[in-house]
Design a protein around this ligand. Structure first.
Ligand code: EPU
Length: 334
């Protein structure tokens, strides 16, 4: 059933070349269940877009490739759509747009697969998947049982869900169900970069397709395409600091961008902190920091996962020294 000594380079967006001693591609829940009945200690890989591989893997690696998208129910103004975990996220967003189903257009061009989207509640330009999420089905690794999780049970937060916390490593997400509008689409164009792009394109009353096109243009202008330069999107989460801490930094840097999230807490962009710490565009061998977005670490060619991790730790240390802020990694390290 397993292939031996397979390079994982094609299966992670950082393009890190490590070897999986045992590797299998899974195309159905039944196949996954039979694998899990024999091996519970496995590494599940999906789109490979949120992972940094730092060593060869001796545990069996299971690549999820189950595909399919279906409309489960149709209502007057919305539909319920279910997509299998192995579907590519952006292809799924495009499928929705082709059918004029609204809700996910701000999340265009995010690398990765449908199955991992709820894991970290992917988000961009003012929208997170929790906004359209209905439920998901996941297989419990220990028992092989399929369990349905509602939105509440997923306990979504900023780049967080129960699957990254209490239930970490216990379930494999099989499919995700979304509620999408068919008429009167809500248009989320409030994010500065989207407004600017729409203005540049001369669009006054944007459709969901216009929003998707704008998001694609913005992402392409700032974020490196993993097919050309290995990367995993934002490497760190944007930190939340106390009002008092914020005031201290802000008095030195009045132009610092920030988002107030409550009276007591302020979110500050990690990209800005990394840039102000002098890392933007820096290169250490084949590992580096993207020149247009300092939150994105890149593999120019043959960097190892450990080399990228070393750069990440250097950034964390410097940002801590400069701003007394601990940057938390968004990417999973294996
Ligand atoms: N900034 C800098 N220097 C930089 C990068 C950013 O000063 O090198 C400043 C920008 O000028 C801006 C602010 O930081 O004022 C925020 O930057 P940006 O709009 O690019 O967004 P971000 O906070 O860096 C987050 C998400 C992205 C998402 C964008 C757009 C996180 C960790 N990242 O990035 O998500 O696409 O907002 O909504 O929340 C991802 O998670 O992989 C990801 C790409």
């Amino acid at each position: 059933m397993f292939q031996k000594n397979v390079s994982l380079k094609p299966y992670n967006t950082f393009g890190i070349d490590v070897i999986a001693e045992k590797f299998v591609e899974v195309t159905s829940a039944a196949m996954l269940s039979s694998i899990l009945s024999l091996n519970k200690d496995v590494i599940i890989l999906s789109g490979g877009s949120n992972i940094l591989l730092t060593k060869d893997l001796s545990k069996p690696v299971v690549l999820l490739k189950n595909k399919g998208i279906k409309i489960i129910d149709t209502f007057e103004d919305h539909v319920i759509v279910q997509a299998e975990a192995g579907e590519n996220w952006h292809d799924f967003v495009i499928w929705c747009l082709e059918k004029d189903f609204g809700g996910l257009e701000n999340l265009s061009l995010i690398p990765g697969n449908v199955g991992t989207s709820p894991m970290q509640n992917i988000g961009a330009y003012g929208v997170e998947i929790k906004d359209c999420f209905v439920s998901l089905e996941a297989m419990e690794i220990q028992t092989g049982n399929t369990v349905r999780f509602t939105k509440e049970e997923c306990d979504f937060g900023y780049r967080e869900s129960v699957f990254k916390n209490e239930l970490k490593g216990q379930y494999v997400i099989l499919n995700v169900t979304f509620k999408l509008t068919t008429i009167n689409h809500a248009i989320f164009d409030g994010y500065g970069a989207i407004k600017e792009q729409l203005k540049e394109d001369g669009i006054l009353n944007p459709t969901i397709q216009n929003i998707s096109d704008a998001v694609i243009k913005i992402r392409q202008s700032k974020l490196p395409d993993p097919k050309e330069i290995g990367n995993s999107g934002s490497f760190f989460k944007n930190p939340v600091i106390s009002e008092e801490h914020f005031k201290k930094i802000h008095s030195t840097y009045p132009n610092m961008p920030f988002y107030r999230i409550s009276e007591e807490f302020v979110k500050v962009p990690a990209g800005w902190l990394v840039e102000m710490s002098g890392f933007k565009g820096k290169r250490f061998g084949d590992a580096g920091i993207h020149k247009k977005q300092a939150l994105v670490l890149v593999n120019y060619d043959k960097a190892t996962g450990s080399e990228i991790l070393e750069v990440a730790r250097k950034i964390q240390k410097t940002v801590k020294q400069n701003f007394n802020i601990s940057l938390e990694m968004e990417v999973n390290i294996l």
